[in-house]
Design a protein around this ligand. Sequence first.
Ligand code: DHB
Length: 376
Amino acid sequence: MFLAHLLNQAGIEAVVVERKDREYVEGRVRAGVLEQVTVDLMRRLSISGRLDEIGLVHTGTNLSLDGRMIHIDMASLTGGSTVTVYGQQEVMKDLFDAAEKRDVRVVWNASDVTIQDADSARPNLAWHGENGAERLECDFIVGCDGFHGVSRSAIPPRVQKTFERVYPFGWLGILADVPPVDHELIYANHERGFALASMRSPTRSRYYLQCGLDEELADWSDERFWDELAIRLGPDVAARLTRGPSFEKSIAPLRSFVSEPMRWGRLFLAGDAAHIVPPTGAKGMNLAVSDVTMLGEAFEEFYRSGSTSGIDGYSSRALARVWKAERFSWWFTSLTHRFPNMDGFDRRIQMAEIDYISGSAAAQRALAENYVGLPL
Ligand code: DHB
């Protein structure tokens, strides 16, 4: 949707083909931390009205080790960069509302999507829609269809390399209409496992607990969730914790994944279609936004001047940033989670690294500049 708006703004015709309907996409709970590149793009597209009004600008974040809080003053460590808490669902709503007003065409409920002749001069897209079988001849196709989408598999295995880490735990997340425990986020490393205190608004909290991959939602009553969260955040923070009924509860697995290259012929991959990060650090949507920002520039250059240099450089340019975010998300996950095969040595190395971060401006700066988002 970001790319469709970018192209629309540049006078380049684009059609978005979506498997689900608008309600489904807007209803899916995703992460909620926007890097500056994402905020900047929303402003550039003039879709930042609600973001500017209700987005929560965070100048700092917190690490916690067995209840001991370590504040990271991101803004002063990075020369003024911040992140903005604003749910991905809200971003989608803004994109869809603006699409309706600006004639950005979205085809909903498209099933059996296939990509043909991606390496020819006229790639085409076929699908089954509300009007039966449809087909679109294109100059270019961009696969923004997520990890389970069809685009990546349209690239022949002989030209594709994939890299993967699967983590031996998941995240159990809840949403509840209670005030957040802190005005900033808390990434907590506890002997019993990771916890994250996040939020969507001053009256809506989002909390996560590291859990086993074999655990069942039915075994996690709200009471059990709040009790475990209180333990992992530690007594000082728990004393400020407001409990309440959850209205969303789900378990998500964690994965790192990259598929190279991000282009084959006239097919380009962007976002989760090409790469997955574990959620620690909230890089998923931000990375998709940086991919399509680069693609938008490349297509604009192509249609303006005929130059293919941006298009030809896209994959390596995008992957350079993707791998840095992969590295950071992997590192932040490794630093804060309890691994099943961890022994006393591993645990003390983790504790020593967090203690080192707490006393080193250099280490804090390395965390902060990655957290707020590396430059495009
Ligand atoms: C949220 C998710 C994350 O993965 C993260 O690092 C921070 C916040 C969230 O859903 O609020």
